[in-house]
Ligand binder design. Structure first.
Ligand SMILES: [Zn+2]
Length: 330
């Protein structure tokens, strides 16, 4: 099935295989020289027992980005791996701050490298890859504003902006001005909200930041008022069952509110979030979703993703047509 994904992080695409290649090609530091050892260091396939487990992995990943050439290679490989799993459309998101910090790379060079690598991956595979730039809540509103200005300098490949990080200590209200700038210049908006933090962050992200999609948003499941808001505004939730389970946002995949939220009539796209980190693919995630919600129509889920895509409508339309032809043949 031709697949579409709206929520995938570049950092979360850094597999042990890619890390080894980056060590060999660019001298990127890795803590182990063999694939099985590196899998143990990098992949997180059961629920976190401490925050350190995930921080250690992200520190390792940040240090892989030793140069703009390494970043370019990483982005290209991320697209190639996605295309090998049947993705025909993927919005790839990345934090310029995260990608640059370990080796103090210039932000514009890093952003250009992601754009060039993704474009090369797209050219080689035919997968369409618009980019989303992420600002981190922890860095505060001024850095968020700078990050969105950076995003604007890298249009048209960058089509949207996102806010991620600690929801509880950095509520969305702090970032209103930065989002006004991004929206005013025509960038699309998605926001990580209501994942583990307060459900009301979802309402603020929609009403005050102008989010048309919400990353996760599962905390609204027991809030009829917020369910009504999201549904009535036509805001889509970007759901990642495995990710929610591993970070402890739900106790088990079976207890994920995916089925309930779908039944409420909320548009939902299904995503891998950080496929290499969790040792999954979008295909395996879709199979998991079908076990969580028996009878789930996976073709329809791809249509919903495309309906809420931020990319060029003509290109999105081509993928929609591909999906239509595939479903007629299937
Ligand atoms: Zn995410």
């Amino acid at each position: 099935m031709p697949k579409a994904e709206l929520h995938r992080h570049l950092a979360g695409c850094m597999s042990p295989e890619i890390a080894l290649k980056m060590a060999a090609r660019f001298g990127a530091p890795v803590p182990a020289g063999t694939l099985p050892e590196l899998v143990r260091c990098m992949v997180l396939d059961s629920p976190l027992t401490s925050l350190q487990e995930v921080l250690r992995r992200f520190t390792l990943i940040a240090h892989l980005f030793v140069s703009p050439d390494a970043v370019r290679y990483a982005a290209q490989r991320a697209v190639e791996d996605a295309a090998a799993d049947g993705l025909r459309y993927m919005e790839l998101r990345f934090s310029p701050g995260f990608t640059s910090y370990a080796h103090r790379l210039p932000l514009d060079a890093v952003t250009r490298a992601v754009a060039e690598g993704a474009a090369e991956g797209a050219r080689l595979t035919g997968c369409i890859v618009p980019l989303i730039v992420i600002a981190s809540r922890e860095m505060g509103p001024d850095v968020c504003m700078e990050t969105f200005r950076l995003a604007l300098r890298h249009r048209p490949q960058v089509v949207g902006v996102d806010l991620a990080g600690d929801e509880d200590n950095h509520p969305p209200e702090q970032f209103i001005k930065a989002f006004e700038l991004a929206r005013g210049e025509g960038l699309h908006v998605t926001v990580h909200a209501g994942e583990q933090g307060c459900a009301d962050n979802v309402a603020t992200a929609v009403r005050r930041l102008g989010a048309r999609r919400i990353g996760h948003g599962i905390r609204i499941a027991d809030r009829p008022d917020l369910i009504a808001l999201v549904r009535d505004q036509g805001v889509a939730l970007e759901i990642s069952v495995t990710s929610n389970w591993i970070v402890g946002a739900v106790p088990s995949p079976a207890e994920h509110p995916l089925g309930q939220l779908m039944a409420e009539g909320i548009p939902i796209s299904l995503n891998s979030d950080d496929p290499a980190l969790f040792g999954i693919t979008l295909s395996s995630e879709l199979e998991l979703c079908r076990r969580v919600v028996p009878g789930l129509d996976l073709v329809q889920a791809q249509r919903v993703a495309l309906d809420h895509a931020f990319g060029d409508p003509v290109q999105v339309g081509k993928v929609r047509q591909e999906l239509r032809e595939w479903s007629l043949r299937a």
